[in-house]
Design a protein. Structure first.
Lengths: 169, 146
């Protein structure tokens, strides 16, 4: 009976094994068992002296009111990690666009950035991964003070904070 | 009915279906995280299984697509391909019923294809092509039609 199903079994097992092996060796591999992400928050008291976020393994996140505080006092550079169409449709006022999936070293927005400046990256909402991805990328190339804002565009919009829309080209 | 099983007609279906699977497989292999997120959007599977699905299914699509193209064990291959198509039809249908406005995750990143009746129709057509190939007894350019 096994012989009857051997083709089917091979056609399922062999590609699966190849997939697992390939995932193991590739640089952009994913975990075998997906887990919910644990967010590490920045305490309000730390806010005034943020300088030390250099652990790539767990990038700290800011809450909406903290991002707003930094927005008001102009101390942080806000970066929108979504693609340019989402960005153009609406973004946090003053934020620049660095699409996480189009990340290139010679992006003009990137070269304008001071590597020591305080960076806050956001994307759509809590579920979206782009901010973390971009944060890792920036830290890899020497940015020291990188934080993410998991509430993202969604929470900022809900809070009624300043936004802007790009002019259509 | 006989015309549907005409071997040239079947060959065309086989070409189309296999190329669709090969393309779909490759696109998903290229960006596993994105594919995993698409699967997650369906909210149908336990979180811990999602990456395993995202790692294995694209390769199954790719290998079965290639085998179909080359005509290797056509019938057994189609059992898998047609089962996959039925599965896709089912999950898209469930998502439409639940009113989910999500990307189907069919072809990886680029073509942002929404879940909806058109998608279901596309999948039904592919399934019917698979069925047509399965029912044909006399294949051209095959290595093993079993």
């Amino acid at each position: 009976m096994i012989k009857k199903y051997s083709n089917i079994i091979m056609l399922i097992v062999v590609p699966s094994v190849i997939g697992l092996l390939y995932n193991y060796i590739r640089s952009d591999s994913i975990d075998l068992l997906r887990e919910t992400k644990i967010i590490e928050w920045v305490d309000d008291t730390e806010l005034s002296g943020i300088f030390e976020n250099d652990s790539v393994s767990n990038i700290k996140s800011l809450r909406t009111h903290q991002v707003f505080e930094l927005f008001e006092n102009g101390k942080a550079k806000l970066i929108d990690a979504r693609d340019e169409w989402d960005y153009n449709d609406g973004h946090i006022q003053g934020a620049i666009n660095l699409p996480a999936y189009d990340f290139e070293i010679n992006n003009p927005n990137l070269s304008d950035l001071d590597r020591n400046s305080l960076i806050v990256i956001y994307c759509g909402d809590e579920e979206c991964d782009l901010s973390k991805k971009l944060a890792s990328g920036l830290m890899d190339i020497g940015f020291k003070n990188v934080y993410i804002y998991v509430g993202g565009w969604f929470e900022w919009l809900e809070s009624g904070y300043p936004i802007e829309v790009s002019e259509s080209k | 009915m006989k015309i549907l099983l005409n071997k040239y007609f079947v060959l065309i279906s086989r070409l189309i279906l296999s190329l669709v699977f090969i393309f779909a497989g490759i696109e998903k292999i290229i960006s596993p995280e994105l594919f995993a997120e698409s699967i997650n959007n369906y909210r149908l599977f336990p979180l811990f299984t999602i990456n395993l699905i995202a790692i294995t299914i694209p390769w199954i699509e790719l290998v079965t697509g290639i085998c179909l193209l080359l005509g290797i064990t056509i019938k057994d291959n189609l059992k898998i391909i047609n089962s996959l198509m039925l599965f896709f039809i089912l999950i898209v249908f469930i998502s439409v019923l639940r009113g989910l406005d999500i990307d189907c995750g069919c072809y990886g990143t680029n073509a942002a294809q929404k879940v909806g009746f058109i998608k279901i129709l596309e999948n039904i057509i592919l399934f019917l092509m698979g069925l047509q190939i399965y029912l044909c007894e006399n294949h051209l350019f095959r290595i093993n039609s079993k």
